[in-house]
Design a binder for this molecule. Structure first.
Ligand SMILES: NC(=O)c1ccc[n+]([C@@H]2O[C@H](COP(=O)([O-])OP(=O)(O)OC[C@H]3O[C@@H](n4cnc5c(N)ncnc54)[C@H](OP(=O)(O)O)[C@@H]3O)[C@@H](O)[C@H]2O)c1
Length: 281
């Protein structure tokens, strides 16, 4: 059995299909608040899952920057609670982390062997979460995702969702061209998790669609695929000041899975086609 935390979110929306045929317990706020150690322990004691897929997190990077205690409580100590419960009840744990742990120069692509250096509170707390998982468990997987794509019209509050609404109303759009990342289609990501955990090769993995791009390049590709006539203007990130700093590059490649011959992820432009097709359905 797999018990999922934070299952109502963007990534969680693909879990049921990806793990079809397996027994799954989906949990989220308010019943399962990972900041509450007693709740976490009693739920894991009740179901005794083989695997806990820990998705629960505060994912609003700018909110984390101003609500620091809340960010560390949820993303670091919430993860500690789940890890300690997995230790006590002998479950393996899957933790989802972020390419935001890196602080690379423009277009730098990071592997699992590069040293993290997170630049904002969200990413620092997620990185602390990684360290806590490693501290308490031996049977764990940590999967780092990039710029997440997914959720469809109901749950996509990220870049693709925003871009689709802008394309409906604007003739000219500005998009940032000095920050780089690796798009990650949540559907491919969850399917990739399922394939990787079957191997029993515990450890840390990058799991992103291949390729690196800026938001500007992503915006261009979305407009091209949706066949919208629009002018997309490249601007630097100074044009859109945000509370939380972002690294010039948090791009990654799935180096360990490549080395093992197990990399299941397609190229980001193909993943975008799949996602937009799904959206239009
Ligand atoms: N989204 C990205 O771009 C991205 C990139 C890399 C890694 N990740 C990681 O991927 C994982 C899944 O993210 P996602 O994209 O699915 O995010 P999401 O859509 O924000 O979903 C996160 C879920 O966790 C819930 N949650 C928040 N605080 C909680 C708490 N204290 N206890 C239990 N549940 C709580 C949220 O509920 P509410 O909505 O009610 O707050 C939401 O349902 C997270 O660990 C995230 O850090 C995300």
């Amino acid at each position: 059995m797999i018990l999922v935390t934070g299952s109502n979110g963007m990534v969680g929306s693909y879990v049921k299909d990806a793990f079809a045929g397996e027994e799954i317990v989906l949990t989220d706020l308010p019943e399962m608040d990972v900041r509450d150690k007693n709740k976490v322990f009693s739920l894991i004691d009740k179901y005794r899952p083989k695997t806990v897929l820990h998705l629960a997190a505060e994912t609003d990077v700018d909110k984390c920057e101003s609500e620091i205690d809340y960010a560390y409580l949820t993303n670091a100590l919430g993860t500690q609670n789940v890890a300690l419960a997995c230790q006590k009840y002998d479950a393996e744990m899957i933790y989802v982390s972020t390419g935001g742990v890196f602080n690379g120069a423009p277009k730098r692509v990071h592997t699992e062997f590069d040293r993290p250096d997170p630049v904002n509170v969200y990413s620092k707390a997620k990185y602390e979460g990684e360290k806590l998982v490693r501290l308490f468990l031996t049977r764990f997987y940590i999967f780092r995702a990039g710029w997440m794509i997914g959720g469809g019209p109901q749950k996509d509050h990220k870049f693709v969702g925003k871009m689709i609404s802008l394309l409906k109303t604007k003739k000219e759009i500005e998009a940032v061209n000095d920050k780089f990342g690796s798009p990650t289609f949540a559907k491919d990501f969850v399917t990739g998790i399922k394939k990787t955990i079957k191997t029993g090769n515990y450890g840390l993995y990058h799991l992103v669609n291949s390729g690196v791009c800026s938001r500007f390049e992503m915006a261009q590709e979305i407009a091209r695929l949706l066949k919208v006539e629009v002018t997309i203007k490249p601007v630097t990130s100074e044009r859109f000041p945000l509370p939380a700093p972002r690294a010039a590059s948090e791009a990654m490649r799935n180096y360990k899975l490549d080395l093992l011959g197990l990399n299941p992820m397609s190229e980001w432009k193909k993943a975008l086609v799949d996602y937009l097709n799904q959206w239009q359905k």
